[in-house]
Design a protein around this ligand. Structure first.
Ligand SMILES: [Cu+2]
Length: 145
């Protein structure tokens, strides 16, 4: 439908439609936002290319919350290895204003542009999903080995 319309409408209409779509993705927990936030999950093993960062032997993982969701995602972690997340929310245009992780008692607010540290130790192997407070409509993934 959208493709058909864009083929026949005049350029200024196409511009208007584009603007409307951008507006829609900025509404946060809209379907568009959750779809784009989940896209990286599909390519799971392709994980973080960045080298591991450590402070006093503790793994440090820096995450940003952008309009695409939590980035980077997925990130590989190791079971039993303590991790310090440093999460910085860089957008006010989504509902991802906290990090919620079930099973770890984590529900941490993210003030805009302020790095927030969250320490935890993965206790099970597999996929660990965290996300926003609304049922993780916007989410990120840790792959725990
Ligand atoms: Cu949400």
């Amino acid at each position: 439908m959208r493709r058909f319309v864009s083929r026949i409408i005049k350029p200024w209409l196409a511009l208007a439609a584009t603007a409307a779509m951008v507006g829609a993705t900025q509404q946060g927990c809209s379907k568009d936002a959750s779809t784009s936030a989940k896209a990286p999950e599909a390519q799971a093993p392709a994980a973080a290319a960045a080298p591991e960062k450590r402070e006093n032997g503790v793994r440090v993982v820096e995450l940003a919350v952008t309009e695409k969701g939590y980035e980077p995602s997925p990130v590989n972690l190791k079971k039993g290895e303590p991790v310090k997340l440093v999460v910085t929310r860089k957008t006010d245009h989504t509902c991802a204003t906290e990090v919620v992780m079930d099973g770890y008692d984590i529900n941490t607010p993210l003030p805009l542009n302020q790095p927030v540290e969250i320490a935890f130790t993965p206790k099970e192997s597999g996929k660990l999903v965290y996300g926003c407070a609304m049922g993780k409509m916007i989410s990120g993934v840790f792959m725990v080995d």
